[in-house]
Design a protein around this ligand. Structure first.
Ligand code: MF3
Ligand code: CO
Length: 258
């Protein structure tokens, strides 16, 4: 069952989402060669506490940190470490969520560290573009898999591959709610999208093979071929007026002006 959220509930989710967006923006500003993923996690915790927001991932199924930091061939759920110092040319994916007053927000982005290879820059760009292709299909009347298909098509046209093992998800009063949102599949399948659905859409895209494996820490997913991976995520509400990207700060400011 997919919960349809009232306008008031969507505004509660937006509060969490705007904090996530702000914290990810501040983290992105701090990314430079020499910083450790441990430092990034500490910063995320400090900023969340300033906003009276509770990190959503810490303690979730035993995950020990506020932030996921996935470097290069790490796909998702990379764990912050004092020993993981970012270097020029790395790609680092930051995935962060908070809960505020019982409502969740979740977003992710991949950031280049200093100057990166053309291939790495292209992987980031195509992954982000594929997220927006998916979001553009988060429209009332469409089917769920129209989102999935748009992502897959954009990515595979560019010669990259879609990770199958992890999916996007509904979000609201839990981090993960129904439905699951694969980043691949034929169009026109699954439930019909309706105003009030709130979806975390999150393509995880590999430069090489789509296959992943989990490291011994039981969390970190890495590409099987050791090639690069990227990850972008937004929390999006389906509305009568089209997709509303709740984890986008600029959108909210514009909305307030009107
Ligand atoms: N954005 C990811 C997800 O929705 C982050 C979860 S990390 C976890 O699955 F630690 F909370 F599992
Ligand atoms: Co998510």
């Amino acid at each position: 069952m997919i919960i349809l959220r009232s306008r008031a509930e969507i505004e509660k989710i937006r509060i969490a989402c705007l904090i996530v967006a702000e914290i990810l923006r501040r983290l992105r500003e701090r990314i430079q060669p020499g910083i450790t993923t441990w430092d990034l996690n500490a910063i995320s915790e400090e900023l969340a506490s300033k906003r009276h927001a509770k990190p959503a991932f810490k303690g979730y199924h035993g995950y020990p940190y506020a932030l996921c930091t996935s470097v290069n061939e790490q796909v998702v759920h990379g764990m912050p470490s004092k020993h993981c110092r970012l270097r020029e040319g790395d790609l680092v994916s930051l995935d962060f969520g908070v809960v505020v007053d019982g409502y969740y927000g979740d977003a992710a982005l991949t950031v280049p560290v200093g100057k990166v290879s053309n291939e790495a820059a292209r992987l980031c760009a195509i992954t982000e573009e594929s997220l927006y292709e998916g979001i553009a299909r988060a429209v009332s009347g469409n089917r769920l898999s129209d989102i999935s298909h748009a992502i897959q098509e954009h990515v595979e046209k560019q010669g990259f591959s879609v990770v199958r093992e992890f999916v996007g998800h509904g979000i609201g009063q839990h981090l993960h709610e129904s439905p699951q949102i694969p980043n691949y599949g034929p169009p026109g399948k699954g439930v019909r999208l309706k105003p009030g659905m709130v979806l975390a859409i999150e393509p995880m895209i590999n430069a090489g093979v789509p296959d992943v494996e989990i490291l011994e820490d039981q969390w970190t997913a890495v590409t099987l071929d050791g090639k690069l991976s990227a990850h972008f995520e937004h929390t999006v509400a389906v509305t009568e007026n089209g997709p509303d990207i709740l984890t986008m700060q600029e959108t909210a400011l514009q909305d307030k002006d009107h």
